[in-house]
Ligand binder design. Structure first.
Ligand code: ATP
Ligand code: MG
Length: 176
């Protein structure tokens, strides 16, 4: 058994305030500095966010997107949204089982679970069966209590102030 401080932990970044995906990207950037290999799996995202262009220039850091550039309806998701999310989940499961990375980030997976695109039990099983040394990061609002229970490190972003409240829309390079 690996010593406690030697094993990889499970992080959850959740809550309504800004900074969840940014925190995961920051963690990944730092990890590249220690020669760690990172993959970010983005759920429910299909737009070319700036992190995709940024990551192209960073060694050992890759990203894949599994979603459309469309809003997903929580009440009535399209089949394509469910299919893409499950495809993303299966991909994540595969790279985790193959132990190909030191850090795997499941960006917005909490939302995909909350919208019933991915079954909660499958995510819990993935968390419980992860390779011991893997650092696993789950982001997104509405983290399920079971996901929180199975994590080692949980941070909830509070929304104290956001320019959106003054009608300022998302800005390239800062928000996307
Ligand atoms: P980021 O990707 O900037 O770290 P996030 O991952 O914490 O944000 P998400 O819930 O994934 O937040 O939402 C993504 C988008 O919504 C981003 O454009 C982000 O700036 C914006 N956003 C995040 N929090 C808020 C908020 N409290 N009010 C308005 N817009 C927000
Ligand atoms: Mg996010």
């Amino acid at each position: 058994m690996t010593e406690e401080s030697q094993r990889g932990f499970i992080h959850v970044y959740t809550g309504p305030g800004k900074g969840k995906t940014t925190a995961a990207l920051g963690l990944a950037l730092r990890a590249t500095g220690a020669n760690m290999k990172i993959h970010m799996v983005q759920f429910m995202k299909g737009r070319r966010y700036s992190e995709i262009d940024a990551i192209e220039n960073i060694p050992n850091f890759t990203i894949s997107q599994h979603g459309r550039d469309e809003f997903v309806s929580k009440e009535n998701p399209e089949k394509i949204d469910i299919d893409l999310a499950r495809e993303g989940f299966n991909y994540a499961k595969k790279i985790i089982e193959e132990n190909r990375y030191d850090v795997v980030i499941l960006d917005e997976i909490n939302v995909a679970v909350d919208y019933n695109l991915i079954p909660l039990e499958d995510v819990i099983k993935l968390m419980q069966d992860k390779p011991e040394k893997l650092e696993l990061v789950l982001t997104g609002r509405y983290a399920h209590p079971e996901i929180i229970k199975n994590a080692d490190l949980v941070t909830e972003m509070l929304d104290i102030k956001h320019p959106f409240q003054k009608g300022i829309l998302a800005r390239k390079g800062i928000d996307y």
